[in-house]
Design a protein around this ligand. Structure first.
Ligand code: GDP
Length: 512
């Protein structure tokens, strides 16, 4: 360990030839530094988004103190709203942040400090990504591809560093929907008829140009080099000129095999059938299926993808029915992954929703996080689709596909700890998590007083020393030495949603 230097993201060459033996050894050697590599990958990849976001955040905070806050100018929450929307965090999450901010401070004597805002943002962004900001959570597993693949198969690699089996998401062979970890076939799973060993199948889809082929190549590289898996690629994008050749090139770069169309079998499903046969007969561990990114129209493409999924379920059948016909295996593909360019997340949403409905997506891969100032869209897309982000692309190089760790990602966005580009340890994130817990606890304590004091019919308002805290203007007018026994509290979230935004979020309080 300790030799992270030559591989730091900053000086990493754009393309790497993954076939040299030295590379493979170096890869294992640096495994123990993966955790910080992972975080610095986010630090680098998210730099543009972070800089923009932090500038906005500082500006928001400054407005608290320099007189711009309050009646005339924009206040903290107004500015915060602008900042979050500009970073493409999305309306829903932005509104959640604002309403919990109001909720937390409604009856408080304290104004928001920098770390209060950061703690709240961190917690809300994690929630939007489907993760929790719990304090007790084991620190993140940055090496899930290796760990998961290693624990499910018979591979002897992956030991010695970053042992993450048994972590929250890395356990068993669960994975699938809702989990951030990739799902692999387990030793104990029912085998496809005629298969001598488990086979994991991933169906990978995405519109042209999103980075699908590149992502498959990078993933193959990781599976082979981190987990010692035998990987076969299925070149089923038979419609785009050059797609097969591009995938073959990635296969050789990654040191894995590729099953390509031949003269007789040239439709996507025919190629897929051949690839499944070859993977099962040849004892491969993982089959990564590339798909078309474009057909005459989206419905035609969806129909093609649905057909491919059925082909996989049929060929991976584990048992016969009473008529001795193979029963389709509903447990496969192990992952149905959608690749989305982070900068274009919004545009990709419609087809993503259609595919999710018809195919049942299990996770997202967001690419090109490095190139854009729109890293926040990861939050919006994941929330909108209700799907976990499993992997992220942070560059064009073969090593630039990282496990998606929500905490590192959010810290990278908000400039927290190493993931945020700093030199401090990860404990800064922990400190902010406990700060948020503390704020929520204090708020709940006040709410308890309220329940005692307030009649159910009371209108929601705050009366403290005859003054009312103005929601949104957190430079509160509530006296410092507030005696809770003398004060009448109201539970409801007060105040409107800033500047004419839809108010239907008001009912969703930040209570949990
Ligand atoms: P496909 O049409 O979806 O298969 O897209 P490709 O895999 O051909 O990728 C399209 C372009 O995006 C290529 O130039 C890739 O090098 C580039 N690309 C893919 N992933 C990333 C990434 O994470 N970061 C950057 N900067 N470029 C990427």
């Amino acid at each position: 360990g300790g030799g992270g230097r030559p591989y730091s993201s900053k000086c990493r060459p754009r393309y790497r030839d993954g076939t040299s033996l030295g590379m493979v050894f170096d890869f294992f050697k640096k495994a123990s530094t993966d955790a910080s590599e992972q975080m610095s990958a986010f630090a680098t990849g998210l730099a543009k988004t972070r800089n923009q976001l932090l500038y906005g955040l500082e500006d928001s905070l400054a407005s608290l103190y320099d007189g711009r806050g309050g009646a005339g100018g924009g206040n903290l929450l107004d500015k915060l709203e602008d900042t979050l929307l500009q970073a493409d965090i999305g309306l829903a999450t932005t509104e959640d942040v604002l309403s919990e901010a109001r909720f937390l401070r409604e009856e408080s004597t304290e104004i928001f400090g920098r770390d209060d805002v950061r703690a709240l943002l961190r917690g809300k962004l994690l929630e939007a990504l489907g993760a929790s900001a719990g304090e007790g959570r084991a620190s993140c597993d940055y090496v899930r591809v290796r760990a998961r693949a290693g624990s499910a198969g018979a591979s002897s690699s992956g030991g010695g560093s970053g042992g993450v089996e048994g972590t929250e998401e890395g356990d068993g062979v669960g994975g699938g929907r809702g989990s951030f970890a990739l799902r692999f076939a387990g030793e104990g799973d029912a085998r496809p008829i005629s298969a001598s060993r488990p086979l994991t199948v991933y169906l990978v889809m995405g519109a042209n140009g999103m980075g699908k082929t590149t992502t498959i190549g990078k993933l193959a590289y990781r599976l082979r080099n981190e987990a010692g898996k035998r990987v076969l690629l299925a070149a089923c994008d038979t419609f785009r000129a050059g797609a097969v050749a591009q995938l073959e090139q990635w296969a050789s770069r990654s040191g894995v095999d590729c099953h390509s169309p031949s003269e007789n079998t040239n439709g996507p499903s025919a190629v897929l059938y051949g690839a499944l046969d070859r993977a099962i007969d040849g004892g491969y561990d993982v089959l990564l299926v590339d798909t078309s990114g474009r057909l005459s129209n989206n419905d035609a493409l969806t129909a093609e993808l649905v057909k491919m999924k059925r082909v996989i379920q049929k060929r991976m059948s584990t048992k016969f029915d009473e008529n001795i016909k193979p029963v389709p295996n509903a447990d496969v593909p192990h992952e149905t992954l959608l690749v989305i360019d982070a900068a274009q997340g919004r545009i990709a949403l419609d087809s993503a929703k259609q595919w999710d409905k018809e195919l049942g997506l299990t996770g997202l891969i967001l690419t090109k996080l490095d190139g854009s100032a729109k890293g926040g869209s990861v939050v919006a897309v994941s929330r909108e689709l209700g799907l976990p982000v499993k992997l992220v692309g942070v560059g064009e190089g073969i090593e630039d596909l990282k496990d998606f760790d929500p905490e590192s990602f959010v810290d990278g966005l908000l400039g927290i700890g190493i993931a945020g580009g700093g030199t401090t340890t990860k404990s800064e994130g922990k400190a902010l998590a406990s700060r948020l817990n503390q704020m929520r606890k204090e708020r709940n304590e006040r709410a308890k007083v309220t329940v005692k004091k307030v009649q159910a019919s009371s209108p929601p308002k705050i009366v403290a020393g005859g003054k009312m805290a103005i929601p949104g203007n957190l430079d509160s007018t509530v006296p410092e030495n507030l005696n809770t026994n003398d004060v009448e509290f109201a539970v409801s979230v007060g105040g409107g949603v800033a500047r004419g935004k839809p108010k239907n979020k008001k009912k969703k309080k930040g209570k949990r």
